[in-house]
Design a protein around this ligand. Sequence first.
Ligand code: IPD
Ligand code: CA
Ligand code: CA
Ligand code: CA
Length: 267
Amino acid sequence: MINWTEIDQFTKEWIKEAGKRIRQSLSEQLHISTKANPNDLVTNIDKDTERFFIERIRKTFPNHKILGEEGFGDELKSTEGVIWVIDPIDGTMNLVHMQRNFTISIGIFENGKGKLAYIYDVMNDELYHAMNGSGAFFNGKRLPKLLDKPLSECIIGLNSIWLTENRRIDHRMLTPLVKGARGTRSIGSAALEMGYIATGWMDVYISLRLSPWDFAAGMIIIEELGGKATKLTGEPLSILEKSSVFFAGPAVHEQILKQYLSEYVEK
Ligand code: IPD
Ligand code: CA
Ligand code: CA
Ligand code: CA
């Protein structure tokens, strides 16, 4: 039998320790490099933080598997067993430019089912977390289920890049949706934006392309709160693939799917 409470305690301890290290390293020289393109940044903090978690997980839970953005984990072929999906720093551009609004994001799955989730806002020392079947919490305080609001009262988390010409969607498709909402925000850490949905500060999150480590924790937390975490087609997300992502409370999720996304085809 897997002791999820034990895993939860270890993870929380490690997150606090990693957070402390990150805040300390911010006073030292950052080493910044680029990955796929000049705006795709990575720093020594991203890499050190991923290694920090992987070392501890391997020592404490040697038969668990790990998927991490910076590639120090395993190459996953299936969702079998216990899998940690880790984004050591979500919002690297914010870390580099603002030294705030970045998170550590960790989702833990058993045979593809979300069990534990953590989104840690490092500079504010704020933790969004969930345990499947036992609720979702902000700084240890239980969160209520997501409120059902009409789109006209919703704030959508959306990167404005998706409103410009791109290869994933006819960007004009999103114009009526943006106009139909109360407002949009782009915080720059997908995981943090999902945390904001959990607390009710924002209501919808949409991206045309995210990786499993961007949405793993958020998906578990939002579903624990009765919300929907799917692709833009309404189909389920998988931790084995990159895809579009659409998070919202159940009623507005259905409203948006029907009224604004019925023509959308996943590319
Ligand atoms: C990025 C952030 C950002 C989202 C990008 C992600 P990273 O993650 O979540 O908000 O718009 O698509 O890649 O690279 O900072 O971990
Ligand atoms: Ca990245
Ligand atoms: Ca990320
Ligand atoms: Ca990252």
